[in-house]
Design a protein around this ligand. Structure first.
Ligand SMILES: *Cc1c(COP(=O)(O)O)cnc(C)c1O
Ligand SMILES: [Zn+2]
Length: 453
């Protein structure tokens, strides 16, 4: 008997749908769907058998299991045939012991999960491989799906465009004009997507793409489509696997549309249910203060949730005021003794730059997560002896304008404490030598951020 999975309404109205049905929300009550698995069947493997299987497949070359998403296929999306998997070898990203940064922040056991070291430079690949594979499966089964579309703050569109290009399917991306970085804009263009630049914000793009998809047979790739959450939940499994199946104490993730926060919890819950782990981490969602509806809800013990109008923030991928997955995220945070923290522009930019000075190259969203860590350490809500994993969501190279403006001290509301500008010096031995020794002197006398102002 094969492994089974299906969509199920999260409201408890118990509507279910096949995974190859074009459906994003419950048709009876309108609530979100989630993917459910035949747990009885999964229970027939012991935890040790699953661990062994996942470890044997991890980062090998047997199609499609070397991908860390498809290496856990039975737990993710068993109903796609291997022939229809569209994989670019996602997952398996570096889990980095940030020793020096941790020491500076006053915490010993700090790890950065480098989800941005990925094919399109963000964790979005983890979910998009599942969604596009299912589309390919549906097309193979005879469904008429001429294109796949998404609204995006930059990274979803890059992932969708790449996976669709790999599969030979048209991608249509809805981008808010002048609100994504140049690197994020060029990705779907390069991959041949129909790239729509719309004079609105993310929430405006989202409304439009939903209307286009619901009135035409174009498939919607936003994270209200819970197939993506299934792929993204493998981050939790992968982190635990990388720690030889030990669970960290705290995991911090930056949150915008809140799909990833939901996914993180789902992965841990599934491992717990199948006996793979016997404790659960605290989950922290970090938001930009300019787009903080979940933080505001947290301050009221999640008794209510009110969307906000997102303000412009350097952390553009989380500039979302009306997050689609807030209910799922709140459920996760309640289950995992969760915390929500926020970071100002100054805090996120300096946290990112401080991390860079210890060898990282952080995107602004990772800066939000690191700033949240610093604040929670200060408030004693995270202890310095705890093992903390910060999820780095995108590669810093996607955000060159952010980095350059920071070091030029030109970012609004930011005082660049770690600015490090190139030194113009005449091409002569003495001048170069003097410059080098001036720097060394500054470093031995000044504070640890000797390059700062
Ligand atoms: C999408 C994204 C996020 C936010 O994830 P959500 O699931 O929308 O909360 C954070 N950082 C980066 C770099 C992203 O691309
Ligand atoms: Zn329902």
């Amino acid at each position: 008997m094969p492994y089974r999975a299906w969509f199920q309404c999260i409201s408890g109205c118990s509507e279910t749908y096949e995974l190859n049905e074009v459906v994003y929300q419950c048709k009876r009550c309108g609530d979100l769907l989630e993917v459910k698995h035949d747990m009885e069947k999964l229970h027939r493997h012991s935890p040790e058998q699953w661990k062994k299987l996942f470890d044997e497949r991890y980062r090998r070359t047997k199609w499609p299991y070397g991908s860390s998403v498809w290496g856990k296929k039975e737990w993710v999306c068993p109903t796609v045939s291997n022939d229809n998997v569209v994989s670019l070898y996602e997952g398996g990203s570096n889990l980095f012991w940030a020793e020096r940064l941790g020491r500076e922040m006053g915490i010993e056991d700090l790890w950065i999960k480098q989800c941005g070291n990925a094919h399109t430079g963000s964790f979005k690949d983890l979910g998009m491989t599942v969604l596009v594979s299912m589309v390919k499966q549906m097309i193979a089964d005879g469904k008429n799906i001429p294109a796949v579309a998404c609204a995006s703050t930059g990274d979803t569109s890059a992932a969708l465009a790449s996976y669709c290009a790999a599969a030979g399917i048209l991608a249509i991306v809805f981008l808010p004009k002048n609100k994504v970085s140049l690197a994020q804009l060029i990705q779907p263009i390069a991959n041949g997507a129909l790239t729509l630049s719309l004079d609105t914000d993310f929430d405006g793009c989202m409304k439009l793409v939903k209307e286009i998809c619901s009135k035409n047979n174009i498939y919607l790739a936003n994270s209200m489509n819970s197939l993506r959450i299934e792929g993204q939940k493998t981050v939790s499994i992968e982190i635990v696997q990388q720690f030889d199946w030990e669970v960290p104490d705290v995991v911090i993730v930056p949150g915008g549309n809140l799909g990833n926060t939901a996914a993180l919890g789902k992965g841990f819950l599934m491992m717990k249910e199948l006996g793979m782990i016997n404790k659960q981490p605290r989950i922290v969602c970090a938001q930009a203060a300019k787009a903080n509806p979940l933080y505001l809800s947290y301050l009221k013990d999640f008794r209510e949730f009110t969307p906000v109008k997102a303000q412009k923030t350097l952390a553009n991928a989380i500039q979302i005021g009306d997050p689609v997955s807030y209910k799922k995220a709140i459920n996760v945070l309640k289950t995992f003794n969760g915390i929500v923290e926020q970071a100002t522009e100054d805090e996120l930019a300096n946290a990112s730059a401080q991390a860079d000075k210890t060898g990282l190259f952080c995107c602004p969203h990772t800066g939000v997560a690191l700033a949240a860590l610093a604040k929670l350490l200060k408030k004693n809500m995270i202890r310095p002896d705890e093992r903390v994993v910060v999820i780095s969501t995108a590669h810093g190279l996607k955000f060159p304008e952010f980095k350059i403006s920071y070091h030029e001290n030109k970012l609004e509301e930011v005082n660049s404490r770690f600015a490090n500008l190139p030194v113009e010096v005449s091409p002569q031995y003495d001048a170069v030598r003097t410059t080098i020794y001036r720097k060394l002197e500054q470093m031995s006398s000044g504070p640890s951020n000797a390059a700062g102002k």
